[in-house]
Design a protein around this ligand. Structure first.
Ligand SMILES: NC(=O)C1=CN([C@@H]2O[C@H](COP(=O)(O)OP(=O)(O)OC[C@H]3O[C@@H](n4cnc5c(N)ncnc54)[C@H](O)[C@@H]3O)[C@@H](O)[C@H]2O)C=CC1
Ligand SMILES: N[C@@H](CC=O)C(=O)O
Ligand code: NA
Length: 910
């Protein structure tokens, strides 16, 4: 005989044994019975039970259900309103005896006249109870050991928390309950099946025990406290799969009656469990304890329901994804509702319904940090200050979605198309997350979970086969790998500019938006984007509205003199930037030519050199760039090329295309082939990705920015002329007859003014590159080869295989140089190496000239550059920029300035 066939017998035996068990220890309070005939899941074939007499203590947790409330007149009085404060403590808060004691202390410290405290089972207990049922119905007899563990856990907790009579009384109840459970589980084991109500009955014991323990703990302090088995009071009816609705009228009646019997000032009630109108034990399903608290709060018209948990309140975004997420002080009911839909760990939307109808605020607080005020969810948040950013409250994301796009001219003006589409979706049981249709009606798109999209697409193709064949529909397209970013805020409805701010932030983070939806209620704007962009989008949008840091992930290529100095400057200035300007610069990668160092969150710059030596991996530029672009934590990324390498510069176009900004002191890209340069600048102008290169001319001096300022304000460049080489400036400023020419070149190299190979300076190529950069910036279309250059490298040394060899051989030409210098001196002149952009005649020039001693170019010192702009506005007197134009600190400073310029373009305060 199978267990299922023997079911009625099993139940009969089981209930009889329980009745005996309960009768033995019972006192009288209330009549309980279990009516199997009413349990529809059992088929209703058996009727067993006690209906006469009162043989149970009301505290008995047992197989039997509370009898229907007697209709006799009870002199009931349940005070309602402001005197009630409702608290709910979840499993984590009830996790240990010490925590239960802290819960008692929190409850006692609330000065409200009356307190109703809803508790969950101790943490993990609900799972343990479900596991008991699961084991028993799977015929796994280890359920007995598992039940013993449940018993031990509660006994140990009680022994820690209670003593004397209270302890004895709790333990006797626990024993009795556990033997009832043993009988119930044994029946389930034999039957190989548990009905939902049997399962709910077993599982609800966790709450019964935690509520009793807490009430004893509160009573210890002398405060009058009763505990309530909410199955006696809360009546619910099923309203869908895994969903119930409260019966407020019946529950209120039962609560009145309960209270008339036990009008204590403090009531500790079980969360999660309830009963049906037929008095069958049930549960409030997922997040049931919060729901219990909200329903009971509504029944007593509480002044506030406080949900105690282990976080400080509701965050503006998932703090695991957005480290600057903040705790919100208030939220409207609707905002909380929207956020919980989008997966924010706030409250289940149904928890809000009971309190919302009576305008009862819910406060979410951290039991482990009671100094935190928490988040209040109420009708109209009080702290709206009219700011744009205050009307956006929070950001949430949903991953693993697919967009379905149904498109075709045959849709416009044809009633019933969307109805046909969505009935197909309904028929395959897919859940539509968002819908968007432009008013042209030529396409409609909607998002569904990715795992459901194949079925949706197949069904749509079948349903619209004819329309597709006839061309009325052009396509049913699926776009996989999507996510939703939702922006939630009640006041978005009445505030212009909110969506502009959102989309501006997304554009600046180079994020492509696939679809958009905003309902008329405007509680949320939903944006569909590529899943890989989602966290970056979240961070970009969050920082835009919460005015938190503009975070910039930085990759440094070439940690040589300039790159290394830049890293040190970043190290010294990072905290100040964070504090004063809300700019968070994180170096997440450093690569030299042989090794590279990568980090997902930021390299410790106090020891970058050491880390690069010890923890680096072999350099690989492609992997380095992948590391940058694969990082989805930071919304904005920049590669800083501090090499002098042409091949590194050849990648800028691709990087910009990937949405990575580029900053560089390397002149190779802008002075390389003209077509490449033009392609780069065109891309830069057409995209939101930035390319800054101030330090390519005059190092940190504001040369490029000055030129841009002139051009963008409509000035016309006639001529740019100057000393553009720090190295050559230094050499001729210091070559005054006291040291040899080669000595002075060595000094310039030592001082860090020269290019990695000083021949680039002496050959005039470096100056020619700068002339080209300024010429192109001014609109001239010149190639490097168009510039006549006077090289200072003796022909015999041009072919030296290395910079070192060149430096070693240079002294043999010192005499020639000494001669040239003396000749100039004799004429009252000095040697100066100058570059010229002749915008009028569209040409450039680089040469060694002699200037009179009183000429401004003769007055320079150190590595000074001097650049004179002759323009339509500055015609008589040129605009002159002068100062050190080479050297580690000033050049790195110029690169750093570009980084801040970038941050400011991305929204950082200026
Ligand atoms: N020194 C100065 O005063 C100024 C320099 N600049 C420019 O700054 C750049 C850097 O100059 P310095 O720091 O003086 O040179 P450097 O020789 O000290 O540093 C260059 C670094 O780049 C590394 N490197 C070379 N090729 C690489 C590659 N393919 N991948 C990764 N790393 C690579 C080298 O190993 C070295 O560490 C140059 O483009 C230079 O024209 C611009 C203005 C002034
Ligand atoms: N080597 C260059 C450095 C700046 O571009 C110079 O000397 O000017
Ligand atoms: Na500059």
């Amino acid at each position: 005989m199978t267990g299922r066939v023997a079911l009625p017998v099993v139940h009969r035996a089981m209930v009889a044994s329980l009745a005996t068990n309960i009768r033995q220890g019972g006192t009288s309070a209330q009549c309980w019975k279990y009516d199997l005939s009413q349990d529809r899941s059992l088929g209703g074939s058996v009727r067993i039970g006690q209906s006469q007499g009162s043989f149970l203590t009301h505290r008995s947790t047992n197989l039997l259900r509370p009898a229907a409330v007697e209709q006799d007149d009870v002199n009931t009085y349940l005070p309602k309103g402001d005197m009630w404060s409702v608290h709910k403590f979840g499993g984590t808060c009830m996790g240990t005896p010490q925590r239960i004691q802290s819960v008692a202390d929190i409850v006692l410290s609330d000065s409200s006249e009356r307190k109703l405290v809803i508790v969950s089972a101790m943490s993990k207990v609900t799972d343990m109870m479900y596991n008991l049922v699961h084991k028993a119905q799977s015929r796994d007899d280890s359920y007995m050991i598992a039940l013993e563990e449940v018993f031990e856990k509660h006994m140990a907790a009680a022994k820690d928390l209670l003593d004397g009579e209270d302890l004895a009384s709790f333990l006797s109840q626990l024993h009795s309950d556990v033997s009832s459970l043993r009988a119930m589980l044994s029946a389930i084991y034999i039957a190989g099946h548990a009905t939902e109500s049997f399962s709910d009955f077993v599982v609800g014991h966790g709450e019964l025990w935690s509520a009793q323990m807490l009430s004893y703990a509160i009573k210890k302090s002398g405060a009058p406290c009763s505990w309530m088995d909410t199955r006696e009071v809360l009546v619910v009816k099923p309203s869908g799969p895994n969903q119930v609705d409260p019966d407020y009228l019946e529950s209120e009646k039962r609560l009145q009656k309960w209270f008339s019997r036990q009008p204590a000032e403090i009531i500790v009630a079980t969360g999660f469990i309830a009963s049906t109108a037929e008095n069958i034990p049930t549960t409030l399903k997922r997040d049931g304890s919060d729901f219990s608290a909200a329903i009971i709060g509504s029944l007593v018209r509480a002044r506030q329901v406080t949900i105690w948990t282990d976080v400080d309140g509701v965050f503006s975004a998932d703090p695991r994804k957005v480290s600057e997420a903040v705790i919100l002080s208030t939220l409207s009911y609707q905002e909380a509702w929207e956020m919980s839909y989008f997966g924010a760990n706030v409250l289940h939307p149904r928890t809000i319904i009971p309190v919302m109808k009576d305008n009862i605020p819910i406060v979410i607080r951290n039991m482990f940090n009671i100094s935190a005020p928490g988040t209040m969810i109420c009708r109209q948040p009080a702290n709206d200050n009219g700011d744009l950013d205050a009307c956006v409250k929070s950001f949430a994301t949903i991953d693993n979605l697919a967009l379905v796009n149904v498109e075709g001219t045959g849709m416009a003006g044809v009633p019933g198309t969307s109805s046909a589409i969505f009935s197909v979706v309904k028929d395959v049981g897919a859940n539509v997350i968002m819908i968007s249709q432009a008013s042209s009606e030529h396409s409609i798109c909607f998002a569904v979970p990715e795992k459901e999209v194949a079925a949706v697409s197949a069904a749509l193709h079948v349903r619209f086969r004819e329309a597709l064949a006839a061309g009325r529909l052009s396509k049913v397209e699926v776009i996989n790998g999507c996510s939703i970013l939702a922006v939630v805020g009640l006041r978005m409805a009445s505030t212009p500019g909110v969506s502009a701010m959102l989309f501006d932030a997304l554009a600046k983070a180079n994020i492509n938006v696939r679809a958009i939806a905003q309902g008329c209620s405007e509680y949320n704007i939903t944006v569909v984007l590529k899943q890989e962009d989602c966290v970056r989008a979240l961070r970009a949008a969050h920082s835009r509205f919460f005015l938190s840091k503009t975070t910039l992930a930085v990759g440094i290529i070439g940690p040589g003199l300039i790159g290394g100095t830049l890293l040190n400057q970043l190290k010294d200035q990072a905290a100040v930037l964070k504090e004063n300007m809300n700019i968070d610069l994180r170096v997440i990668g450093i690569t030299g030519s042989s090794t590279m160092l990568l980090s997902d969150t930021g390299i410790d710059l106090t020891q970058w050199k050491e880390l690069l030596r010890k923890e680096a991996e072999p350099a690989d530029l492609a992997n380095f760039v992948r590391h940058m672009s694969d990082n989805h934590v930071f919304p904005n990324k920049v590669l800083v090329d501090c090499t002098a390498d042409t091949s590194v510069a050849s990648h800028y176009y691709d990087w910009l295309k990937k949405g990575i900004h580029v900053i560089t002191p390397n002149k190779k890209a802008n002075s390389g082939p003209l077509d490449r340069y033009l392609k780069l600048r065109t891309l830069q102008r057409a995209s939101y990705t930035h390319y800054f290169y101030e330090a390519t001319v005059g190092a940190g001096l504001p040369i490029i920015s000055t030129l841009r300022g002139l051009l963008e304000t409509g000035d016309k460049i006639l001529r740019i002329e100057g000393i553009f080489s720090g190295t050559l400036s230094y050499i001729f400023n210091n070559f005054e007859g006291t040291r040899t020419f080669s000595n002075v070149v060595a000094e310039a190299k030592e001082a860090g003014y020269t290019e990695p190979d000083p021949r680039d300076d002496l050959s005039g190529t470096d100056v020619a590159r700068k002339v080209i950069i300024l010429a192109r910036e001014s609109g001239l279309t010149l190639e490097l080869s168009d510039i006549p250059v006077k090289s200072l490298v003796p022909e015999a040394l041009a072919s030296c295989s290395s910079a070192d060899e060149f430096m070693q051989k240079l002294p043999s030409f010192d005499e020639d140089w000494a001669k040239q210098r003396s000749e100039a001196e004799a004429a009252g002149e000095v040697l100066r190496y100058v570059g010229v952009v002749d915008a009028v005649n569209q040409k450039g020039q680089v040469e060694l000239r002699r200037y009179k001693r009183d000429h401004p170019f003769a007055q320079l010192s150190g590595s000074d550059n001097i650049i004179a702009f002759t323009t339509s506005r500055y015609k008589e007197q040129p605009l002159i920029v002068r100062g050190p134009g080479a050297g580690a600190e000033v050049t790195a400073g110029g690169v750093f300035c570009d980084m801040l310029r970038l941050a400011s373009s991305l929204g950082a305060p200026s």
